[in-house]
Design a protein around this ligand. Structure first.
Ligand SMILES: Cc1ncc(COP(=O)(O)O)c(C=O)c1O
Length: 394
């Protein structure tokens, strides 16, 4: 199968986005011209340090933060781990952590790790639409809570969480508030101050930048300890020689957002609305998971009763159409998605769900091909599995 960019129809932008050509050019130019270690005191090191700080300013501006509040990390996962482990380490007198049940594994597994080490972790349930239960959160947060971590937008459903309200609840009890904004950065127009977060994770490869670089926003004055130990990079908060090319790309991708977010959103929303409407017309018993309004429209999580999502994914892939069966990280696992379980789907329905996620480079033609192929594939596979949409009781 030819998988060159112009032959594929890519609908997995929540897993990763293609590198924007403008970003690729900025990175190539930097990498060709600069090899200095930013910690070196002579000019070729200093220049790189200066360029890293420009990139830091670009990420900060896109998030409405100060330059000194941005720490570059090796991924969104590292930023999430840093937030959870770093805050708990800095606040040993508070032994409790509160997270939502639908966090990305980068937060959930960090929570499980600290649970094994003796912390108490409370998991906030969500509604059938994937929105956190604020009443549960109000009861869960106490003066023993060190940190509350609630994601801004869920990667599987696209549901937007009430993070400003969650932050207020956390702060009332002196807890710190972290939000994983990996899936909202570049999709929603927001500033750190509006979310009232003390800590916020982002990742370059979800905003048309390179993989392997993320950042943690740490509001000035927030109590956190480094979790990587070594040199004094990133003001002693994240040891390790910087991924210089990646950071330059992250900065360029962040700067592009100011020109692109609105235009991207308008185009993506129109394409997504059309997809949703026409899929509903063409596929019997199709269901859309997530919140009808509080969601990023780029994400369509679709249940196809009677089918195994993996079979649908593979059949689409033979046509050059790429979707996902859930978060990229659970792709290899046999387990049903923890997010779809948390919203109350029966395992057989959860296993029938595919995630279609659109992005800056999704075209009308991509949408046409998905609309042409998916109903046909569903129909064929359902016939093989003897699913009768007229008789089948959901
Ligand atoms: C919500 C969310 N958080 C964290 C991550 C992890 O980011 P990274 O791939 O940069 O480690 C992802 C990636 O899928 C994500 O969707």
């Amino acid at each position: 199968m030819n998988t060159s960019r112009d032959r594929i129809h890519y609908f997995d932008n929540n897993a990763t986005t293609p590198l924007d050509p403008v970003v690729a050019e900025a990175m190539a130019d930097f990498l060709r011209r600069h090899f200095g270690n930013p910690s070196s005191l002579y000019p070729i090191g200093r220049e790189v340090k200066e360029l890293i700080n420009e990139a830091r300013q670009a990420v900060a501006s896109a998030l409405g933060a100060m330059r000194s509040e941005i720490v570059f990390t090796g991924s969104g996962t590292e930023a999430d781990n840093f937030a959870v482990l770093g805050v708990l380490d800095a606040r040993p007198e508070r032994k409790e952590l509160v997270v939502s049940a639908i966090e990305h594994p980068a937060v959930l597994e960090a929570a499980r790790y600290v649970e094994q080490k003796g912390h108490r972790v409370l998991y906030v349930p969500v509604s059938a639409e994937g929105v956190i239960d604020l009443d549960f959160l109000r009861d869960a947060v106490t003066s023993r809570t060190a940190l509350v971590s609630i994601m801004h937008v869920n990667n599987e459903l696209g549901t937007i969480e009430p993070v400003a309200e969650a932050a207020r609840i956390a702060h009332e009890h002196g807890a710190l508030f972290h939000t994983d904004a990996v899936q909202s950065f570049g999709k929603l127009d927001f500033k750190a101050s509006e979310l009232d977060a003390d800590l916020m994770s982002v990742s370059a490869h979800k905003i048309y930048g390179p993989k392997g670089v993320g950042a943690l926003f740490i509001r000035k004055g927030t109590d956190i300890r480094p979790f990587l130990h070594g040199g004094h990079q990133e003001r002693g908060l994240r040891a390790g020689t910087e991924n210089t090319g990646g950071i330059i790309g992250f900065g360029r991708a962040s700067r592009l957002l100011s020109e692109k977010v609105r235009e991207d959103k308008k185009r993506i929303n129109a394409l997504s609305d059309r997809l949703r409407e026409e899929l509903r017309e063409r596929i019997p018993k199709i269901r859309f998971n997530g919140h009808p309004v509080l969601r990023t429209k780029n994400t369509l999580n679709v249940a196809l009763p009677g089918l195994e999502a993996e079979a649908v994914l593979l059949a689409l892939a033979t046509k050059g159409i790429f979707v996902s069966t859930g978060s990229a990280c659970s792709e290899d696992s046999e387990d049903v998605s923890h997010v779809l379980t948390a919203i109350g789907l029966k395992p057989e329905i959860a296993r029938s769900c595919i995630r279609i996620s659109l992005g800056r480079f999704t075209t009308e033609e991509d949408v046409e091909s998905l609309l042409r192929e998916l109903p046909e594939i569903v129909d064929k596979l359902r016939r093989v599995s003897a699913f009768d949409p007229d008789r089948e009781d959901e």
